[in-house]
Ligand binder design. Sequence first.
Ligand code: NAP
Length: 300
Amino acid sequence: MRTIVMTGGTSGFGELAARQVLAAEDVRLLIGARGPAPTGAESIPVDLTSLESVRAFAESVSAQLGDAEIDALVLNAGVNGRDADERTPDGYETAFAVNHLAHYLLLRLLLPRLARGAVVVLTTSGTHDPAEGAMLPAPRHANAELLAHPELDPERDAAPRTAAGRAYASSKLCTILTVRALAAQPEATSKNLSVLAYDPGPTPGTGLLRNAPAAGRLVWRTCGPVLRRLVRRFTSKEAAGGTLAAIALGDVQPPDGRYYGAVRRDELTWREPSELARSDDARDALWRDSASLVGFSRPS
Ligand SMILES: NC(=O)c1ccc[n+]([C@@H]2O[C@H](COP(=O)([O-])OP(=O)(O)OC[C@H]3O[C@@H](n4cnc5c(N)ncnc54)[C@H](OP(=O)(O)O)[C@@H]3O)[C@@H](O)[C@H]2O)c1
């Protein structure tokens, strides 16, 4: 029996991934959810805007698992705000808090529960990389303090949508840096964990643009197949979800030395992330500063 723990398995392509995982033999799937989860999954409440809720979720997972270990941890939930002004109950910018900080905390809390050779996959986005030419503004840095409190950033964007786009792209840069930092932790190397960042590529038909203006939201939500005929690099929900499921089930593994998988034209490719995502200084600073933000007294 393989045990998989997942966030972001309740809608979008993550729901498709969850259903595909549930269709495999001998799999137990625990989903952190703020609404209904797919039938067959064990649903455990979590609201990733709250670090307290993340801690409670991790405790519930541990209690529910008993002696069982986690074979795959799939951290797929994500949000794209309408501006960078919204703050979580902990006082942090919402995209940074949900996409990065909540998952960072969850990783740290569940690390001791991971099986030897477990897969850890975090969903990132090509928007983290200026070379991708994405529609969102590229990250300028991965400074945790400034991303948590954009009002302190001397270079903060005045236009709300630009600020929201940059906050989202920056949070996804943090995801890749976190993958690299986790892979370098002694517990990850001693357990031989497979730690990956997964970029589904632009995938219309999901709820990700729920905070966008009504017209854009509607087109994104309902015109997936048409958009994909117009823009060939867009990914189908089926390919995005199916690839995530295959990674979670261990059916797909990265070539040696690769940790960043990106779907392009519905095919999984292995590539280098952006220059900033490959910075060891940024990686180490983010790991350390995120520890402070989630309340660990002695960051490691
Ligand atoms: N679609 C794209 O073009 C694209 C491209 C690159 C990367 N991504 C990333 O792919 C992942 C999935 O996105 P999607 O496009 O499938 O979007 P989606 O349909 O909006 O799905 C987002 C998932 O995250 C969950 N979630 C969001 N906020 C949460 C919170 N506070 N607490 C608990 N769960 C929360 C949602 O739960 P609910 O069901 O409760 O809303 C849902 O399951 C995200 O990380 C996104 O950033 C998407």
